[in-house]
Design a protein around this ligand. Structure first.
Ligand code: ATP
Ligand code: FE2
Length: 338
């Protein structure tokens, strides 16, 4: 069975093609970007409308397949920005009707998790889902992927991007903050001195985290006239603090659920320092920390296709007339029947 998956929850329009053995045929994407300003939903939707044909064609070309070879269409049904989700759903319904192919709507967050299980050796992990809009600690218990902890305000990626924008770096900010943090670390290492760490608010409540106070404090420190904190020192200290919060709640969830695997996913999970900190924590408790290739950490169609395969093999299907969007559906609203 070959499935074509359509991702369109936010800035990315992606098409992935995979079969039921997990063999990847294609994973093409296009990202909405701006020179200035943020993401305006109607503009992103226009972008997806303009690009979807090219992305479908290039994925099929890469896969050396035609639509006649596709046995299942899967699309991101939830959660996300309504305007963007609607385009993916309309494309999915149109293909399903025109080519008479079964259709299935899937949850984007669970797709991140399931592609992670496919691509790593993790069997029953605690999943640290660290992306732009989402920051959650998820694990399977009692028929659902339960959210054990999450951010009480911004996602960690949006927090990184917000501070990066404030100090004059472009979007996406995460990789730029990482570069600055390296410069800071290398400067002290060259001098053979312990790396300077600025003390910042550290907010963990049970298995939840919050970045609002940290964000305000960083901006105040950046603006402060009397103490002159360098961008590099702030970037380094920001990462150490925010990632330590994520590692702490992940470890707490692993202990609570008695699980010995951690899986990292989402755009921020591309960060080398976060991966390293998770590996150290896992090693110290005799557990394993798995991370993923960039192409499946960031939003992509392949994960949508793979979750479609899993659900369809277990009998799942969405009728065309029911193939709507669910912008606010949560990870723990979904019954895991596959
Ligand atoms: P979701 O819909 O799953 O919440 P998203 O669209 O908000 O996803 P992703 O595409 O998963 O976000 O990830 C984008 C985020 O990842 C941005 O905030 C970006 O700054 C961050 N990011 C990317 N690479 C790195 C990196 N190396 N270090 C830190 N952050 C990174
Ligand atoms: Fe995502």
């Amino acid at each position: 069975m070959i499935c074509l998956g359509i991702e369109s929850t936010a800035h990315t329009f992606g098409i992935g093609i995979i079969d039921d053995s997990g063999k990847k045929y294609a994973n093409e994407r296009v990202l909405f970007s701006t020179k200035e300003g943020g993401l305006i939903p109607s503009k992103v939707a226009d972008h997806h409308v303009e690009k979807f044909r090219d992305i479908i064609n290039s994925a099929l070309e890469k896969a050396n397949l035609t639509l006649a070879d596709i046995n299942l269409i899967s699309y991101s049904q939830s959660p996300g920005i309504g305007n963007c989700l609607r385009i993916g759903a309309a494309v999915a319904r149109s293909l399903a009707l025109l080519y008479n192919i079964p259709l299935i709507g899937v949850n984007h967050c669970i797709a991140h998790l399931e592609i992670g299980k496919l691509m790593s050796k993790a069997k029953d992990p605690v999943f640290l889902y660290a992306s732009g809009a989402n920051t959650q600690v998820i694990a399977y218990e009692g028929g659902k992927y339960r959210v054990f902890g999450e951010t009480l305000d911004n996602g960690v990626g949006n927090f990184l991007d917000g501070f990066a924008r404030y100090i004059g770096l472009g979007f996406p900010g995460g990789p730029k903050i990482y570069e600055l943090s390296l410069k800071h670390k290398e400067k002290f290492e060259k001098l053979n001195k312990p790396v300077e760490l600025i003390e910042l608010p550290y907010v963990v409540k049970g298995m939840d985290v919050s970045f609002g106070g940290l964000s305000t404090n960083l901006k105040q420190k950046f603006d402060s006239k009397k103490d002159s904190f360098s961008k590099e020192a702030l970037a380094f200290s920001l990462q150490e603090t925010a990632f330590a919060m994520l590692v702490e709640v992940s470890e707490r969830a692993m202990a609570h659920c008695n699980k010995s695997e951690l899986l990292l996913g989402g755009g921020v999970a591309c960060n080398i320092r976060l991966k390293e900190m998770c590996k150290i924590m896992a090693k110290e408790r005799g557990a394993e920390s798995y991370d993923l290739p960039i192409e499946v950490n960031i939003d992509n169609g392949l994960m949508i296709a793979w979750l479609g395969v899993l659900m369809h093999k277990a009998g799942g299907e969405t009728k065309v007339e029911d193939a709507d969007i669910k912008p606010y559906l949560r990870t723990d609203d979904v019954d895991v029947y596959w």
